[in-house]
Design a protein around this ligand. Structure first.
Ligand code: ATP
Ligand code: MG
Length: 363
């Protein structure tokens, strides 16, 4: 069988710095008899500087062919004045759109060594490991009609919440598949009490569950109650699936239960390809962090954990993913901290590269 293939797009700012540490982890797997076919290309400002566009057609074509794309970050002050059509962020948007990545996965995972870092009580977050699946390509952010119009001599802002059955079905399937790879438990969140799209959402998710995933334990919750439960006792959940708007709010809330932006990975998945693997792009939640770029201060863990998600969700290498996460847990338990993980403490931070080396040593 062919090696799993990865396209690496380091991008701008701290993107290349954190991606260099991921390369060390990938190389370690290669040295252990698990090689990946890795190719690397430009995206964002870096691609604009070289080619005058934030994503070339050739790079786009490559992204469509590989098993998974791993992206660093795009953008930076250098590109602020560019025309909208060639802004670095447009490269990322084109990837998402043309790969049709409709399911956005945001884990909230708490490493024991960082449990004190949360604003919540330690026993609420210690050991937390949940996943929010947010529908990313439809709903109120895209529904028509939209706009600002004038009615009865005043202006009216209009957006439309709209979901088709097939849009709900496909994101529900992604969430059920994930639940099967995790704790076999899925909670769907909407507002079926006040929204027609919520009524349809609940009905379709229930039907997909009954027909295709009877082995997965399915529950439903109103999204406002879900927000409350997420802060009260988040460990009651495993996988949560919700729409674009509620997912935007709930995934930020859930992610920050556990600490720094420098720790948070994400994945965006599309439909299964011919080999059965979903179209997939993995990236840290953080951006290009121009304020610390080029200084060896960036925390590479979010990007390394994004690679771990690729191992688990694109390559069915759950044990390898566990191993990467355990290595991260180990270096944190040993007291290693990049600057973003040190509050007011007087401890000296480690560099991006030292953190990557320590994680490889722990592997
Ligand atoms: P974007 O618009 O691309 O989301 P942003 O300005 O909203 O970018 P980031 O670039 O993620 O956000 O940076 C927000 C803050 O978090 C900055 O102060 C940055 O230095 C810090 N930060 C982000 N990522 C990391 C990281 N991996 N390690 C350390 N600090 C980080
Ligand atoms: Mg931002």
């Amino acid at each position: 069988m062919a090696n799993p293939s990865l396209l690496i797009l380091p991008g701008d700012g701290i993107g290349p710095e954190v991606m260099a540490e991921v390369r060390k982890v990938i190389d370690w797997f290669g040295s252990q008899g698990t090689p990946f076919d890795v190719s690397e290309d430009l995206v964002g400002g870096a691609a604009y500087d070289a080619h005058g566009t934030p994503l070339t057609d050739a790079t786009m074509a490559k992204a469509q062919e590989v098993d998974a794309v791993l992206l660093g970050a795009v953008g930076g002050p250098k590109y602020d004045d560019l025309d909208f059509s060639v802004k670095p962020e447009r490269g990322l948007l084109r990837l998402r759109k043309e790969m049709d990545l409709f399911a956005n996965l945001r884990p909230a995972q708490c490493f024991d060594a960082l449990a004190d870092f949360s604003s919540l009580k330690k026993d609420v977050v210690a050991g937390l490991d949940i996943m929010i699946v947010r529908e990313l390509t439809s709903g109120v952010y895209f529904g028509e009609p939209r706009g600002i119009v004038t009615e009865n001599n005043e202006r009216v802002g209009i957006n439309t919440q709209r979901y088709t059955e097939s849009e709900i079905e496909r994101v529900a399937r992604s969430a059920f598949e994930l639940a099967r790879k995790r704790g076999n438990k899925l909670c769907s969140m909407e507002k079926a009490n006040v929204m027609e799209s919520g009524i349809l959402w609940r009905e379709v998710v229930q039907r997909v569950g009954d027909e295709e995933y009877p082995d997965v334990e399915l529950s439903h919750m109103y999204a406002d109650a879900g927000a409350m439960q997420l802060t009260r006792w988040p460990k009651q959940f495993d996988v949560i699936v919700t729409d674009n708007l509620f997912g935007d709010l709930l995934s930020d809330l859930a992610a920050m239960l556990t600490g720094s932006l420098g720790m948070l990975p994400s994945a965006s998945l599309g439909l299964p390809m011919a080999n059965g693997r979903p179209k997939a792009m993995y990236e840290p939640v953080h951006g290009s962090a121009p304020d610390i770029a080029g200084q060896g201060k960036a925390n590479p863990i979010a990007c390394i954990l994004s690679f771990a998600m690729a191992l688990r969700y694109s390559f069915d290498m759950g044990e390898a993913a566990d191993r990467v996460e355990a290595a991260v847990e180990k270096v944190l338990a040993d007291g290693l901290r990049t600057a973003d993980l040190l509050g007011e403490e007087g401890r000296a931070p480690v560099s991006t590269s030292d953190m990557g080396d320590a994680i490889v040593a722990a592997l």
